[in-house]
Design a binder for this molecule. Structure first.
Ligand SMILES: CC(C)(COP(=O)(O)OP(=O)(O)OC[C@H]1O[C@@H](n2cnc3c(N)ncnc32)[C@H](O)[C@@H]1OP(=O)(O)O)[C@@H](O)C(=O)NCCC(=O)NCCS
Length: 183
């Protein structure tokens, strides 16, 4: 299995079919926590549903269109982070993520995002990274804010979840801005 160590206790693991039962349990235990922001939670009702999600992520990677990883803290899968797709002509991608409720507040996702940013700007040589968060999702918005993204605007009624439309705040980070912060 391909994995990347974030620190002594934390690592990113490229999703494979073997993750499906454990990942399904993590989603199942966090339904209430995730549902307000993640529309796919409602349609994830079995291990088979997670297997098909993982199959799409493997296809995504085979097409050189980004990848998705489980986040493991110690022995436990505590979340997922990945790229939605890569817009190669414009050298741009966006990140999506979630963390189990009880593992919030430790900087895990900020650290995982930071590793993705480094990979995107160094290994993939991308030009722009984007994170979109629902306006009310303050915990999620704090991540791009913490990592030096610029708030670029709001997309009204960008996403329908459970019969309500959420506005999305768009955060962007350019490679040049990220490099300036490394100096
Ligand atoms: C969005 C989400 C991943 C944020 O989780 P989080 O725990 O707040 O984010 P992090 O793991 O980066 O942790 C940051 C917190 O750890 C603290 N922290 C501790 N050590 C830290 C470190 N080394 N670096 C950064 N933050 C650290 C921060 O102060 C912050 O705590 P605070 O919120 O009490 O101020 C999580 O709330 C979630 O999964 N929500 C549901 C799904 C969702 O909304 N996904 C995003 C859709 S756009």
């Amino acid at each position: 299995m391909f994995s990347y160590q974030l620190d002594t206790n934390l690592r990113l693991e490229l999703l494979t079919r073997q993750h499906a039962p454990e990942l399904y349990n993590a989603v199942n235990e966090n339904r209430q926590h995730l549902s307000p922001w993640m529309p796919w939670v409602a349609t994830t009702q079995s291990v088979a549903d997670v297997e098909s999600f993982i199959a799409t992520t493997r296809q995504q990677m085979a097409e050189n269109n980004g990848f998705q990883t489980a986040i493991r803290a110690g022995q436990e899968i505590v979340g997922v982070i990945g790229m939605h797709k890569i817009d190669w002509p414009n050298r741009s991608t966006s990140l999506g993520y979630w963390l189990a409720e009880k593992h919030q507040g430790q900087g895990i996702m900020t650290k995982a995002c930071s590793a993705y940013i480094t990979h995107a700007f160094t290994e993939l040589d991308l030009h722009r990274l984007e994170i979109r968060c629902a306006t009310e999702n303050t915990r999620s918005r704090a991540i791009p804010q913490r990592l030096g993204f610029t708030q670029e605007g709001t997309i009204r009624s960008a996403e329908s979840i459970d019969g309500r439309y959420l506005d999305h705040v768009v955060y962007g980070l350019l490679a040049s801005e990220w490099q300036a912060r490394q100096a």
